[in-house]
Ligand binder design. Structure first.
Ligand code: FAD
Length: 395
């Protein structure tokens, strides 16, 4: 009998990863193991996470906006970014969310749609983690259907039509909202949905942290209120017109989640295999029972398939030919399977699985949020259904 194989070694998915991407991945994995893993259960339990310190450390590692070019960003491949998300989420989905929201949502919005001045002002400091960004799209009454948003940006009357913008409305469930230096806020205007770069010390901007979460506890989530926030004309993102602006950012973040969710699943499965080999039940190793092995085998198969899917989508993205519905396939499958794996692993640990001594319940609880944000599973089913039938079933 050969020794135990790590779950992802079954399909040798590493052989599909370029050497430089693998080296970067190993650096992030070591950072997660050495720096984050010893702290994460405590952060999760207390619901307090030192986002500012972590952002600086993530910046030093080159993780923030790592797949963007210029402005101090590392300019890595999309696959490398995905693998970094996977390793971060093997630590915790909340910690990966810090990287995703900063790089794929806030920085990407400015990088893709911003003016040269907006880019120069914010991106270098966001890449180092000195400035933290958040992304305000969701509202209390509009999550899956952001097109209904009520937040409004109105132009103050000025003779030349270049008056200030005044923003009024509420945003809900905003990651890093109460620790951010800058918020990318999406609002309705007379010319449709537009994005605004809002320094969070602007009068009229307030953020309140949402407490009592049972999921993503090692991540700050906030409600934002914009009460007549006055901004210069230059605060609008010039290149984002309509809902396609924020949706282009969501596509970036969803890509990271396709890999990220697998990190949580891998961590669960590795933990569970180790536990099952050490735990004796009826005088035999738990790992030696057929029922246990059937569970482990099924989970490893799903993890391997998810990894093949992620790497395939990564390659398509690196080649600039990733079809939009494919992102939905990846997000739907990999978050759904990761959550199923986390729950199944928990059964193998029995009572021990419900504690914070092991990461299973923490990952499972986190993955409930991951299943919901960046498009719920149902929304992605609808995207795929529309692609298959040509019929929109959203309303
Ligand atoms: P709803 O839209 O009310 O959906 C409720 C249910 O209805 C879901 O099951 C949904 O799938 C289903 N549903 C919706 N439409 C249909 C349909 N047409 N047919 C059938 N069923 C449907 N948002 C941001 O803008 N920025 C952030 O940084 C951010 N961070 C977040 C962090 C966390 C921890 C969480 C939990 C959320 C975050 N969100 C953020 C919000 C997130 O994107 C929304 O929660 C998500 O879009 C779903 O919206 P909702 O919660 O309002 O659910």
């Amino acid at each position: 009998m050969t020794g135990p194989l790590s779950p992802l070694a079954l399909l040798d998915t590493d052989s599909l990863v370029a050497d430089e991407d693998r080296a970067m991945r190993d650096t992030v994995r070591a950072f997660v193991d050495d720096r984050l893993r010893p702290e994460i259960a405590g952060w999760y339990e207390s619901g307090e996470v030192p986002v500012r310190d972590l952002a600086l450390e993530f910046g030093k590692l080159g993780l923030l906006g790592m797949h963007l070019e210029g402005y101090g960003c590392a300019g890595t491949s999309a696959t490398a970014y995905g693998l970094a998300c996977l390793e971060m989420e093997a630590g915790d989905s909340g910690l990966r969310s810090i990287v995703s929201v900063q790089g794929s949502l806030a920085m990407y919005a400015i990088w893709k749609h911003g003016s040269p001045e907006q880019k120069e002002r914010w991106l270098p400091r966001m890449a180092t983690g000195e400035a933290i960004g958040c992304f305000g799209l969701t509202e209390p009454d509009f999550g899956s259907n952001p097109g209904g948003m009520r937040t409004r940006a109105v132009r103050d009357a000025a003779p030349n039509g270049q008056g200030d913008w005044v923003l009024t409305g509420n945003k809900m469930w905003i990651t890093n909202g109460s620790v951010a230096d800058v918020a990318v806020i999406w609002a309705r205007t007379d010319e449709g949905v537009r994005g605004f770069v809002v320094p969070t010390d602007t009068p009229g901007f307030t953020a309140n942290e949402i407490k009592h979460k049972m999921s993503l506890r090692a991540s700050v989530t906030a409600e934002l209120a914009l009460d007549g926030v006055r901004l210069p004309a230059s605060a609008m993102l010039p290149e984002a017109r309509g809902l396609s602006g924020p949706l282009s950012c969501l596509t970036e973040a969803r890509f990271g989640i396709i890999f990220g969710a697998l990190g949580a699943a891998r961590d669960c499965l590795e933990t569970t295999i180790t536990y099952a080999r050490e735990r004796e039940i009826f005088d035999r190793q738990l790992a030696s029972y057929q029922l246990t092995q059937a569970k482990l085998a099924d989970m490893a198969v799903e993890l391997g398939k998810g990894m093949l899917l992620a790497l395939h989508l990564g390659r398509l993205k690196d080649e600039g030919r990733l079809p939009a519905p494919a992102i939905s396939v990846g997000k739907l499958n990999n978050t759904r399977e990761a959550l199923a794996i986390a729950r199944e692993c928990r059964t193998i640990l029995g009572a021990a699985g419900i504690t914070l001594e092991y990461p299973l319940m923490r990952h499972a609880n986190n993955l409930e949020s991951v299943l919901t944000y960046e498009g719920t599973s149902e929304v992605h089913q609808l995207v795929i259904g529309q692609a298959l039938t040509g019929e929109s079933a959203f309303r």
